[in-house]
Design a protein around this ligand. Structure first.
Ligand code: UDP
Length: 248
């Protein structure tokens, strides 16, 4: 088994890995027993986890936890345990799709507004020939529909489940149903189906490489500004935490 060093970011243990290492871990989870969970925290999620014990526990027990945001990488540097690179959830998902297509494995897309998962599935089929789409389900449902959703995923015989319900809903959903699911890997992917469906666009490569995806989003989606306040709050908390840890 690959033993990954963890970097503790405000209590969330993030795997000290790059994209290559993350993919190696996914391969291992595909070959292993039970449901392997993949979470991709950014600063906003970590700030939420500090306030939400249940969410924190879920992230702690993730089988692969990668730094989705540049804020997490920055924090690791502040702590003096630098993470090698940002491993964006969207990028990890697309690299996984490549891998899964090569092995002709089956996936299930769960989440997004009605029609989005189907659109994303059609585009995935075009871009990743060989992949098997075993099923899709939109992310708007009542509690009483959940058993049928789980049964639908299991009877599809998909090996990988991508869950796009937004955070922390998707991580909580995965953790709540981990026992009942028969997939090999379940991953929370936020708004990724919207991008794959062509309904949302990612920041251009220049912004992503410069660690400025947040800035691009701020300018193009100013209504997200309130959510982005999590980044400075996060950095202040990390600085305080480093100060506290330094004293022990
Ligand atoms: N979503 C969903 N069910 C819900 C709430 C949200 O399927 O009850 C979907 C929504 O349609 C969107 C995604 O979850 O595709 C959340 O996107 P967002 O960009 O907000 O995710 P995050 O920033 O948390 O990654």
């Amino acid at each position: 088994m690959i033993i990954m060093e963890k970097v503790n970011i405000l209590g969330v243990p993030v795997d000290n890995t790059d994209m290559k290492g993350a993919l190696a871990r996914v391969k291992e989870l595909l070959a292993g027993e039970g449901v392997g969970t993949v979470y991709t925290p950014n600063s906003e999620m970590v700030v939420n986890a500090v306030k939400d014990r249940e969410f924190m526990e879920i992230l702690k027990y993730g089988d692969l936890v990668v730094p989705d945001g540049i804020g997490i990488v920055l924090a690791s540097r502040i702590y003096g345990h630098p993470l090698p690179e940002r491993v964006a959830g969207f990028d990890l998902m697309t690299r996984m799709l490549e891998l899964l297509a090569g092995e002709r494995r089956g996936i299930f897309l769960f989440g997004g507004k009605p029609g989005i998962a189907e659109k994303a599935a059609a585009n995935i089929c075009k871009s990743y020939p060989g992949i098997r789409i075993m099923g899709t389900r939109n992310g708007y449902f009542k509690d009483e529909e959940v058993p049928a959703i789980v049964e639908g995923i299991n009877s599809s015989r998909a090996e990988v489940l991508f869950v796009a319900l937004g955070s922390p809903k998707q991580e909580k959903w995965i953790a709540d149903h981990r026992e009942g699911l028969k997939v090999k890997v379940a991953m929370g992917v936020g708004g990724s189906f919207d991008v794959l469906a062509g309904e949302a666009v990612r920041a251009p490569a220049f912004f992503r490489k410069a660690g400025l995806e947040w800035f691009y989003r701020l300018v193009t989606q100013p209504w997200r500004a309130v959510r982005m306040l999590a980044l400075p709050v996060f950095i202040i908390k990390v600085l305080q935490d480093r100060g506290r840890r330094g004293k022990h």
